[in-house]
Design a protein around this ligand. Sequence first.
Ligand code: SF4
Length: 291
Amino acid sequence: MGQRCINMNSSKDLDSLVDDMYSAVIEATDGKELPDEAVEDFGERMKDVLRSWTQPHKQNKGLRMSSIGRPARQLWYDSREVDDRYKPKAATQIKFLYGHILEEVLLMLVRLSGHTVTDEQKEVVVDDIKGHMDCKIDGEVIDVKTASNFAFKKFSEGTLINDDSFGYMAQLAGYEAAEGTSEGGFLAINKESGELALFRPGTLSKPNVKKKIKELKEALTLDKPPSHCYTPIPEGKKGNEVLPRTCGYCPHKEQCWSDSNDGSGLRVFKYSNGYKYFTKVVSEPRVLEIT
Ligand code: SF4
């Protein structure tokens, strides 16, 4: 995507970002005409989003900055995947499209609010691991996130520090290590309510990226997968156990848990709120098994 830079002025404090964005929205929807330059820029960006959405995105199987926060065992399986098992469905592709559009809406509002956006999609490298940051705002690395109501709380309440299954903290720390900055964070929008949040985790809560990269590089050379990333959790009171939610989303779960249920592998049962993946069945669930 092309590098464009439209900023109204450039001396704002990042702490006031969300309030300034809300003010810009109120002004813009109160009859204040938007600068032509901003309107044209946004239109061009929408064209770029649409064009890049239609280009198949080939991810290489090695470590990337966007993956260094994920667990070693999951990355080990990723690196050995021989076929492209994961092909996004049409609905998922639509979700990707509006996710990209929403990110551009957020950055447009940042610019309208007078804050400075630079370094969009800049490539950075730490210990041979490459990545592309979303951008910097007012000189600090900012990752832009579009989130469900549930996920938004991780940013608005700062609970991401304790619940970061996608490894966002390590990704941010990686970009910052490359740039020599440390005051960045996440600009998130709640897709359901339109609320905004800026979460800037403290330096001590960010992982040591160089150490993490070293450990992951070693783990990926192992002949056998590293230990499980998560442990099964009790389901009911009769001794049954199921995979935690994060494993349920993992494309490697069947292979990873093939030893479960005394070697017969995962058993999958359909509940009214979705599938549950059993690693141990002591008492047969009274719902349809779809294994
Ligand atoms: S299924 Fe769970 S434990 Fe296994 S690789 Fe995936 S996330 Fe890790």
